[in-house]
Design a protein around this ligand. Structure first.
Ligand code: BG6
Length: 294
């Protein structure tokens, strides 16, 4: 279903037969909504989000490509999140999920202007699909269509909606090494049990397991993130001071969001001419009682 979103921007709405749904803006190729079969929103989008160039939409699942953060010469998080993507009518060779017709294929190719700031020609194909149980799957395929190799870093900058950040814990990252953006990107090792939140956090966990869980105690909900081709995971919450400094983010909204971002950052991905890379994230939201004992 194709319709108009905020500021008349085109978006695609996916609906799955049991009632779950998702919305994808062509602006940024960005998922801005994912609802379960009770109609509850599972992703965070700021009430102050600006749906207008050159600003990326604050929330949902922005795509960081070809550069994560400010680790290179490009604008923060690269340009894919503030370009207008197209519907891909020729998603070549990606098998369709036989149990669900709720998916959309998007494509981004660099414009002449993009080639001036990042001189590498590529085809970025993104499939967003809703599974029969309401799971949300994002598959990115990036092909080098240039005559020389290129390297990039990448993240699915996923904003999860949580009831109260102080009641949330993240499992699957304990004892791992991480780079801390708040401490000069130094390398540290996580101690102890699950990760909890009581102040600003901006860490890149390295070589993480393929499964990470976010437990929302108050909502009695667990998000399970499964990922493939994306060894790292960023965990970000701006907390109160940074929240106030961001024009497109409400002062208190940090209490109700958490970014956990499947990524490939420490080791950039290099593609030779003609080569393709694939990176997937699969999200599910399950009642917590379901997960007890895990
Ligand atoms: C996170 C970064 O992924 O994104 C943070 O680790 C950054 O350093 C945050 O502040 C938000 O970035 P932006 O560009 O969307 O404000």
């Amino acid at each position: 279903e194709h319709c108009k979103g905020v500021n008349g921007l085109p978006k695609v709405v996916l609906r799955e037969s049991r009632g779950s749904s998702a919305e994808v803006y062509l602006y940024g190729g960005q998922v801005t909504s994912w609802k379960n079969d009770h109609g509850e929103e599972l992703l965070f989008v700021s009430s102050k989000a600006i749906f207008k160039l050159p600003k990326a939409i604050r929330g949902g699942i922005p795509i960081c490509f070809p550069q994560f953060s400010n680790l290179g010469s490009l604008e923060q998080h690269g340009f894919a999140r503030n370009r207008v993507w197209n519907i891909d009518n020729d998603p070549a060779s990606l098998p369709t999920n036989s149990t669900s017709k709720a998916y959309v294929d998007l494509i981004l190719k660099p414009s002449d202007e993009d080639l001036k700031i990042w001189p590498h020609s590529f085809e970025f194909r993104l499939r967003v699909a809703l599974g029969p149980g309401g799971d949300l799957m994002l598959t990115s395929r990036i092909r080098n269509t240039d005559a020389k190799p290129f390297s990039f870093t990448f993240a699915y900058h996923t904003y999860f909606s949580v009831s109260d950040i102080s009641e949330v814990r993240v499992e699957g990252l304990e004892t791992l090494d991480y780079l801390d953006n708040l401490q000069n990107k130094g390398r540290f090792t996580e101690q102890g049990d699950a990760i909890t939140f009581e102040s600003e956090v901006d860490k890149i966990y390295l070589s993480t397991p393929t499964k990470i869980a976010i437990l929302d105690h108050e909502k009695k909900r667990t998000f399970v993130i499964r990922k493939d081709g994306l060894p790292d995971a960023v965990v970000w919450n701006p907390w109160d001071k940074k929240a106030k400094a961001m024009a497109d983010f409400g002062d208190d909204e940090y209490k109700h969001m958490l970014c956990v971002e499947p990524a490939s950052i420490e080791k950039p991905i290099t593609l030779k001419p003609g080569e393709e890379w694939k990176g997937r994230q699969e999200l599910s939201a399950v009642p917590s009682s379901y997960c007890s004992g895990q």
